[in-house]
Design a protein around this ligand. Structure first.
Ligand code: SAM
Ligand code: NAG
Length: 248
């Protein structure tokens, strides 16, 4: 019995040590971090997850709402493509993905379809879209990205998005938000507690009151709409989201 416990504790400490070394490595080495996150994203962005894909394709990225010249912010591994590839309203697609380690996953993933519009992937961040002319984009899409963009830069993203959109163009988003400290104090506290670790393993993702950004552009966009929504993933402290639309 004593021996069993010893072995158990021994293996446990070994695993904890490995995790600690891994996290230390992730914190120090930028390239390793990007590679790790690309690999991780590729595993967890599961197109066979019906609830998440239903949300993406049937609630956010309906063919009637996504049209013309498309810009995707934080394209990742291309997980939104099952909702886009056969959308005949799309004229072109430009994805922004600063983590170049994601690019090969993206291209490998989308090559399964015969896509009739031009697809371009750029490693520019959305904070400065100097390579995209003003008033040229019909629809911007962005899912689960702003938590990884450090403050106050999400503000900058919404300003740049406004610049590149055509008048009347729309910006469709789905973003994770921090839990409400009043109605959900336990989850809120847990998020605050694990954030230092979450930032490292989640590629810079922080728990933030994301709606503040959308509220702050109410005078810039002609319409700002959003509603609270659940993230249909089995991570109990990663549940609160907003889905919505900005109209230029
Ligand atoms: C959590 S992933 C989400 C990927 C995908 N959109 C999805 O729905 O699963 C966040 C992505 O945003 C990208 N990203 C981080 N900062 C960015 C920035 N400034 N501009 C554009 N993309 C960014 C990251 O590299 C990462 O691929
Ligand atoms: C597009 O493909 C999806 C499956 O990936 C399918 O459910 C949908 O009906 C297709 N839409 C059109 C317009 O062909």
């Amino acid at each position: 019995m004593g021996r069993c416990i010893k072995v158990l504790f021994g293996s446990l400490s070994f695993i904890v040590a490995l995790i600690a070394i891994g996290i230390g490595y992730l914190k120090i080495d930028e390239v390793f971090r990007q590679k790790f996150f690309a690999k991780f994203k590729n595993i967890v962005s599961n197109i066979n997850d019906p609830a998440m894909m239903n949300l993406r394709c049937n609630q956010l990225l309906r063919h009637s709402d996504v049209k013309g010249h498309i810009l995707e912010i934080g394209a990742g591994t291309g997980i939104n493509f099952p909702c886009l590839y056969n959308n005949t309203n799309i004229e072109s697609y430009t994805g922004l993905e600063p983590n170049v380690e994601m690019h090969s996953y993206f291209y490998n993933f989308i090559q399964q379809w015969d896509i009739s519009f031009g697809v371009r992937l750029s490693n520019n961040p959305a904070t400065n879209m100097f390579h995209i002319e003003s008033n040229t984009i019909d629809t911007i899409i962005m899912t689960l990205v702003l938590c990884s963009i450090p403050d106050p830069l999400p503000q900058q993203v919404l300003l740049e998005a406004h610049r590149v959109l055509k008048p009347g163009g729309t910006f469709i988003f789905f973003e994770h938000v921090i839990a409400d400290s009043q109605t959900d104090p336990f989850i809120y506290g847990l998020q605050k507690t694990i954030e230092p670790l979450w930032v490292i393993i989640g590629d810079g993702c922080r728990f933030k009151p994301i709606t503040n950004y959308f509220d702050s552009v109410k005078n810039l966009y002609s319409k700002v709409e959003y509603e609270y929504s659940d993230i249909p993933m089995p991570v109990f402290f990663f549940k609160d989201a907003v889905k919505g639309k900005l109209t230029k």
